[in-house]
Design a protein around this ligand. Structure first.
Ligand SMILES: [Zn+2]
Length: 144
């Protein structure tokens, strides 16, 4: 897409922001099993919304609402929400789950907001990756 057109296309930026946000969620939850079935793989993992982005656009980029989930639960079991909930309560606490389920003011993110989310997530990804490589160096040293 031409840059000029792209810059005004909100859906393009929503998609872009979702990609980067999901990438960060998978890194954040790297050590966690699937939020729904508890598998640690090997399998493909996605970032799975508790409250769907379609039904609750105001929670689309809410870190409490999105957790690492195996592809099976995410794609074929409609998010496996029955199993999602108890693990979610365990991880973020009942109050936060209640808050997610409660009413929220509608949000309409602007393209600038979305660009902000992208920048923010990229910084978090960078931080997580740096931490990851530091860990690797430490572990490698301990081998000798
Ligand atoms: Zn699963």
């Amino acid at each position: 897409m031409k840059k000029r057109v792209r810059d005004k296309d909100r859906s393009y930026w929503v998609k872009k922001a979702q990609e980067v946000f999901n990438q960060w969620i998978r890194l954040r939850d790297d050590k966690q099993p699937c939020i729904s079935c508890g598998t640690r793989g090997p399998c493909q993992f996605h970032a799975g919304h508790y409250k769907t982005a379609g039904g609750h656009p105001e929670l689309r980029f809410e870190p409490l609402n999105v957790h690492k989930q195996c592809a099976q639960c995410n794609n074929f079991k409609s998010g496996a929400i029955d199993q999602y909930r108890p693990r979610l309560i365990y991880r973020i606490g009942a109050d936060n789950v209640k808050w997610l389920e409660g009413p929220h003011p509608p949000s309409k993110l602007t393209i600038d907001d979305l660009k902000g989310i992208i920048k923010d997530c990229k910084a978090k990804i960078k931080k997580e990756s740096e931490h990851e490589s530091n860990t690797e160096i430490r572990e490698a040293k301990e081998d000798y």
